[in-house]
Structures are given as structure tokens and as C-alpha cells.
Design a binder for this molecule. Structure first.
Ligand code: ATP
Ligand code: MG
Length: 449
């Protein structure tokens, strides 16, 4: 393992020499940094290492947002970092980082990495022929570390001791202009790591930044490179976008950049049909509100929203071919989930929840007898009901139906009994036929249309 340990913080040839920007020009005070992050930088410095708060935290503070987490970069190797903190652990392989535990919080500490395009090829730096970086544990200087980051606003290093930002690529000025600009040659940087294209869309949406024209230009041509990215990494990135609190802008940005083809091919159909677009708008808007209010928002729920129309259309097609409603529903759910897995593969553990949310929808239409009471006790009632509310707001289900369920949940016994609707003709017959062994889903599915 070659370690290019550089004792001096300055050095390296890839980034420009950083400019130290004083407090008066950036306004970030030490007190705005998380106490755990301050403790980690202080300890590293006391042990003779350089240490900065980096990445999203500095960027977010600079534009007046609350950072999600505080990451630290240092010239200490992962092993040296681990020795400075009793409660710490080295994790990762592609990028080794150290988790330092501080109370209930975890601070990520990364060692400065050498810039890309180094001639040395060894087990610590593995690059595919076309430039895709497969593993990257070659350590370098602070300037080199800055040069290998993606956007200028993500390459800012805050020194809490002196309350200075070290900026080698004009990130502070870009943040003020609300501009997302790739460091280096954008096309080469996307080829090294195509996920940076998704990150461009995500940050533009999340920060409400404009993408610099030169940074934006190669994306349309290079979007197919995303096919080479492992499914799990793509999925993680999409979840970051969907649960960022800016999913709606993010989804539109993805499509505007032509990045959705290999990931969410259904977006075209959703965004081109006004009725479906309204539903998607309501679903994403609702998710963004939840995230911003610190309420739970689940990936399974969002996937259920994104695939709902495909599932519904398949279901109706199968019924038109003569399949009974319930069997057609289950076949349609499997079919649509499998199809989607060919593009954006999401973990199978979400399937159960997605199917439950979908298969509860027809059951909300049944408002007579014991069925509504049974539905209330279903473990996924809440998710199914939230989904119904979105459908109603999006014009895909009667608002009256959603209101009925809102009332029925909170009503007392007498009111509930009053609210029940008379059994429809045929329902009694169906019920009689059902008096055999109990099925897991006990209600027949009717058409939603
Ligand atoms: P967020 O607030 O969404 O977490 P972030 O900027 O902290 O935003 P992370 O994905 O947490 O984003 O990454 C932390 C930092 O690591 C980034 O700011 C960037 O400097 C660097 N980075 C992450 N992913 C890449 C990448 N694919 N290519 C280059 N640099 C990257
Ligand atoms: Mg981060």
C-alpha cells in the first residue's frame, strides 16, 4: 500500500493554492459548528494533524441553511485517526473513512485523497480503462483533496480554530452567485464517476442553484453512463434526491437533464399526462412537506406513488382479459415491480409494503358490513389511507371517499354504524361464498376506475 503522506498541508499540484477567506467575508462562526465536529478537529490538531470541516456543512452554512451533518477532512491516515479517538472505527473499502462516535452522534472523518489521474496504479487506486474509478485510497494533500471533490461549493474547508474557509476553486464566490460548477473538466469528471450527474441534478434542486452551462452541457450525452453504476449506489442516490425535502424540484430537474431514462422511465408518462402529473405533484409535494416537518417519509411509499398508474393500467388490462379482479391485482403488482427492477433496482424488502399500500386501495371502496372495521385494524392502514388522501387530492379517487375515511376513523361507535353503507347487490352472495377458510386478503377487489 503506497501512502503518499504529506506532512505539510500545502503541496500537491492539482488544485490551485487555497485562499484563506476570513470570517468577515464568509460569516461562519465557530459556534455554528456542531460541538462534536469541533471536538474532533481540536483533538486532531492537538495530535499534530490538520483538520477541517468540509463538504455540505460549510456550503449549507454559507447559504444560510442548517447542515445535515458535519464531515471532517484531515491529513491523518484512517489508522492514525482511529488512534486519536477511543470510540472510533474504520469503515468502507472503496473509500475508507473513520467513524468517530460522540455521544449519540457520529462524525465522519476522511483522509485527504490524492487527485485523480495519478500515474501510480496499485491496489489503492483502481481505475477502469474508460476512466471510471473503482477504488480510491491514495492519500494526498489538502489541495489535492479539494481538486477531487465534485462541485466548487462542495470543496470548501472550514478551519474552526481560525474561523477561516480555505477555498481553492472559487466555491465561496459561486455559493454567493448560487452557481453549481464542476471542478476541472466536467466531461472527464462525469466519466470518472457518472453519479456526479445525478448529484448535479440533486444539488441544483436542493440548493435552488443554477447549473453552470459548461457543467450542464455534457450531461445529456453522458447520461447513458449511469447504466454502469451498481444498482445499490443508484438507489441510494435516488433516495437522497427523493427524501431531500426537494423531491419535486429534483424529479423535474432529473427529467430536464435527461437523466431519468435508465432510472425512472415512467416519469415521461407521468409528467406528460396532466392528470397523472397532478397526482405526482401532490405525492411529491406531500413528501417534501413531511421531510421538512421532520415527519417520516418512506421510500416504499414513494415507489408506490411512482408506479401506481403503471400498476393500475396493468391490473385493468389483465381483468379485461378475463382474470378475476383479485388474481389480476396480484399479478399486476408482481409484473410492474419486476419491470421496474430492470431499471432502478430497489431492494426487495420494500415489495411487501408497496403491495400492501396498493392492495388496500380497492378495499377503501367497501363501506358496508364489517369490512371497514377490519380495514381499520390492518397494520398498514395508515400508509394505505395516506395514499388514498394523495389519490383524492390528485384527482385519482373521489374526495368524498377520502373524507368518509377521515371521519370514520375518529367517529364513535354510533356514528360509525350510521356511516356504513348498505351492502351492494351481489356482496352478500360473495360473502356467503367466502365462508370457508379465511384468506389473507379477505376482500374482493373491485375496479378503481
Ligand atoms: P448533503 O448535504 O446532501 O449530504 P454533501 O455535499 O455533504 O451534501 P455527500 O454526499 O455527503 O454530499 O458528500 C460529502 C462531500 O464529499 C461532498 O460535499 C463532496 O465534496 C464529496 N463527494 C461526495 N461524492 C462525491 C463524488 N461522487 N465525486 C466527488 N466528490 C464527492
Ligand atoms: Mg453530507
Amino acid at each position: 500500500m503506497i501512502r503518499r503522506l504529506i506532512s505539510k498541508v500545502f503541496g500537491g499540484n492539482s488544485g490551485g493554492k487555497p485562499i484563506a477567506i476570513p470570517l468577515a467575508r464568509h460569516g461562519i462562526e465557530r459556534e455554528q459548528i456542531h460541538p462534536c465536529a469541533l471536538k474532533v478537529t481540536r483533538t486532531l490538531k492537538e495530535n499534530g494533524y490538520a483538520a477541517f470541516v468540509v463538504g455540505g456543512a460549510v456550503r449549507d452554512l454559507l447559504i444560510g441553511r442548517e447542515p445535515k451533518d458535519f464531515d471532517i477532512a484531515t491529513d491523518a491516515t484512517p489508522e492514525e485517526v482511529r488512534q486519536c479517538f477511543r470510540r472510533s472505527r474504520i469503515i468502507g473499502r472503496r473509500f475508507q473513512i473513520v467513524h468517530v462516535y460522540c455521544g449519540a452522534d457520529t462524525i465522519e472523518v476522511t483522509t485527504f485523497r490524492a487527485s485523480q489521474g495519478e500515474p501510480e496504479a496499485d491496489e489503492d487506486r483502481v481505475t477502469a480503462e474508460d476512466g471510471l474509478i473503482l477504488r480510491d485510497n491514495v492519500f494526498g494533500s489538502q489541495a489535492e483533496d479539494a481538486a477531487r471533490r465534485d462541485f466548487t461549493v462542495n470543496a470548501l474547508y472550514y478551519d474552526p480554530e481560525h474561523e477561516e474557509i480555505w477555498d481553492s476553486h472559487g466555491g465561496v464566490a459561486d455559493a454567493k452567485k448560487r452557481l453549481l460548477r464542476m471542478i476541472g473538466d466536467p466531461e472527464a469528471r462525469y466519466r470518472e464517476d457518472p453519479v456526479r450527474m445525478l448529484r448535479a441534478a440533486r444539488f441544483a434542486a436542493k440548493l435552488d442553484f443554477r447549473i453552470d452551462p459548461a457543467t450542464r452541457a455534457p450531461i445529456a450525452k453522458l447520461a447513458p453512463l449511469l447504466e454502469r453504476i451498481p444498482a445499490a449506489r443508484l438507489f441510494d442516490e435516488m433516495i437522497k434526491l427523493l427524501l431531500s425535502g426537494h423531491a419535486e424540484r429534483g424529479i423535474h430537474q432529473l427529467r430536464a437533464e435527461g437523466l431519468h431514462h435508465g432510472i425512472f422511465p415512467m416519469l415521461d408518462a407521468l409528467l406528460d399526462d396532466p392528470a397523472r402529473q397532478t397526482f405526482l405533484h401532490v405525492a411529491l409535494h406531500d413528501t417534501d412537506e413531511r421531510v421538512r416537518n421532520d415527519q417520516s417519509a418512506s421510500p416504499a411509499f414513494l415507489i408506490a406513488c411512482l408506479l401506481w398508474f403503471d400498476m393500475n393500467a396493468t391490473w385493468h388490462k389483465l381483468q379485461a382479459k378475463g382474470e378475476p379482479a383479485q388474481a389480476a391485482l396480484f399479478a399486476a403488482m408482481d409484473q410492474v415491480l419486476e419491470q421496474q427492477r430492470d431499471t432502478l433496482a430497489f431492494p426487495r424488502r420494500f415489495d411487501g409494503t408497496i403491495k400492501e399500500i396498493w392492495s388496500l386501495q380497492p378495499r377503501f371502496e367497501q363501506r358496508s358490513g364489517a369490512r371497514p372495521y377490519r380495514l381499520l385494524t390492518h397494520p398498514r392502514f395508515r400508509a394505505g389511507y395516506d395514499f388514498l388522501l394523495i389519490r383524492a387530492k390528485g384527482g385519482d379517487a373521489p374526495q368524498e371517499l377520502a373524507d368518509w375515511w377521515s371521519r370514520f376513523q375518529d367517529a364513535g361507535e354510533a356514528e360509525r354504524a350510521n356511516m356504513l353503507q348498505p351492502a351492494k347487490t351481489g356482496e352478500g352472495k360473495r360473502r356467503r361464498r367466502r365462508r370457508g377458510p379465511k384468506k389473507t386478503t379477505d376482500d374482493g377487489a373491485s375496479n378503481l376506475a
